[in-house]
Ligand binder design. Structure first.
Ligand code: MG
Ligand code: MG
Length: 255
């Protein structure tokens, strides 16, 4: 079931969206060499608490998960693609960090992610992140009434593939509303003109995940959550929650 939001509901969804944007900005600012992933989770918790928001990540337990997710952010470093559990790992010079954060406020959810480097960046990492951001922008640009889910997927996938990167199989975006994960699924690769028709009032999380080594395979860590590249190459993940409107796409998680 895809719930179409009214203009008023979309306006209300900006509130959790802004909290997510603020949390991600704060985490990014706090992320330096020597800071632990657990510290970064604490930074995001403070932002959510101060806004009176709750975390849709904390305690989240989909079918595949052996334990409920224990944090308010996913912190995925280097070869971790997504779903990294913030632990005592301390950031090192040249790390590539992907942070995913969600918030619930006023009965609505928001969901976004950023990737960035810490300390002296590798040029290859900057190119990977830049391509992820280009893929996200292309996906958002395709989020137009009358287009289809496949148009978004095709836009995202084309940017990733043109740069030679892998796209983890079976992962992608989703509808956002009262809950963080709703229908429809938004794949990161697909055929244009296929899939559900986009209509004003649909709100979608678009979230490219790129694997530098070019493979689409992934493996899951012993923690049951963290997804890693099989070739050890680095990965990037960026995400926005986007409303489809008659006036074009509106990013609800923009800073
Ligand atoms: Mg997310
Ligand atoms: Mg998401």
């Amino acid at each position: 079931m895809v719930e179409l939001k009214t203009e008023r509901s979309i306006a209300e969804m900006r509130a959790p969206g802004r909290v997510v944007a603020r949390a991600l900005a704060s985490v990014r600012q706090a992320a330096r060499v020597g800071v632990s992933l657990r510290d970064l989770d604490g930074v995001a918790r403070e932002v959510l608490d101060a806004a009176g928001a709750t975390s849709p990540f904390l305690g989240y337990r989909p079918e595949f998960a052996p334990v409920p997710f224990p944090a308010v952010i996913c912190a995925s470093v280097n070869d971790a693609i997504v779903h990294g559990i913030p632990n005592d790992y301390r950031l090192r010079d040249g790390d590539l960090v992907s942070i995913d954060c969600g918030a619930k406020l006023g009965g609505w959810a928001g969901d976004a992610a950023v990737s960035f480097t810490v300390g002296r960046a590798r040029p290859a990492d900057l190119r990977l992140i830049e391509t992820a951001e280009e893929a996200l922008a292309a996906g958002i640009a395709a989020a137009l009434p009358g287009n289809r889910i496949g148009d978004i997927a095709h836009a995202v996938g084309t940017v990733c593939r043109a740069a030679g990167y892998g796209i983890p199989d079976g992962f992608g975006g989703h509808g956002v509303g009262r809950n963080m994960h709703e229908d429809p699924g938004v794949p990161n690769e697909g055929r244009p003109g296929r899939g559900m028709k986009l209509r004003p009032g649909m709100v979608l999380a678009i979230e490219p995940m790129l694997v530098a080594g070019g493979t689409d395979d992934y493996r899951c860590d012993g923690d049951g959550w963290t997804l890693r590249t099989v070739d050890g190459s680095r990965a990037a993940h960026v995400e926005h929650t986007v409303a489809i409107t008659a006036d074009g796409p509106q990013i609800l998680t923009a800073p």
